[in-house]
Design a protein around this ligand. Structure first.
Ligand code: GRF
Length: 211
């Protein structure tokens, strides 16, 4: 199937890439309407890059430490993403904050393993567990310049069970997170979306309009 520019995804990863794999699996069905055209990372030797290569998807790595300044890295990763002409960038476990060059050029969707605005940052699962919450979940949001502060697109809840540790709870969340991310990416590329202040609406749009 010929996928239009509207369905071109660049996925950014830093780890195991199970969210990436869920997107790859979903895009095998032509009716999904999107496909992963490239996978980028901020580090070598991660399972996410292996998953991309196994699927025959081009990969790139931009390490922050290889650039003299953060601004240079911001410009470099934006330029690399632009080579693949995506309609949507998906930050799927990418452990870097993207700078203005990327955020101003592309819509960026991010996923987080907690119910924002509670427990943002790199340790959302650990922080929720330590706080003693009985319900947590996952959030799919549009990225902005902050740490997990962008407009929320979708959330789902996940129970915290008495014997949970961070790893067990994170795996329970990720099962829900993968399904939600796949659903939301598909709906956004097929139906379009609008953003009005912090309110994101999917559907009946031509795609990616901000008001
Ligand atoms: C996800 O839970 C994501 O929200 C978090 O890190 C995890 C990445 O998992 N930031 P994977 O690499 O997609 O398996």
């Amino acid at each position: 199937m010929c996928v239009s520019k509207a369905g071109r995804l660049v996925v950014l990863v830093s780890g195991s890439g199970t969210n990436l794999q869920a997107l790859l699996d979903a895009s095998a069905d032509p009716s999904y309407g999107a496909r992963v055209v490239a996978v980028g990372a901020d580090r070598d030797g991660i399972e996410g890059l292996v998953k991309a290569s196994k699927a025959g998807i081009p990969t790139f790595v931009e390490k922050l430490g290889n650039y003299p300044t953060r601004a240079d890295w911001d410009a470099a990763i934006a330029a690399k993403i632009a080579e693949y002409d995506p309609s949507l960038v998906v930050s799927a476990g990418f452990m870097k904050i993207l700078g203005a060059p990327t955020l101003e050029a592309f819509p960026v969707l991010n996923t987080h393993p907690a119910l924002l605005p509670s427990f943002p940052g790199a340790h959302g699962v650990r922080d929720a567990l330590a706080h003693g919450v009985k319900v947590t979940g996952c959030t799919v949001m549009l990225a902005d310049a902050g740490v997990d502060t962008g407009p929320i697109v979708a959330q789902e809840t996940v129970p915290v069970l008495p014997d949970d540790d961070e790893a067990v709870l994170h795996e329970r969340i990720k099962t829900v997170e993968r399904r939600l991310l796949v659903e939301i990416v598909g709906r956004m590329v097929r139906e379009g979306w609008t953003v009005s202040g912090r309110i994101v609406r999917i559907g009946n749009q031509t795609g990616g309009e901000s008001t």
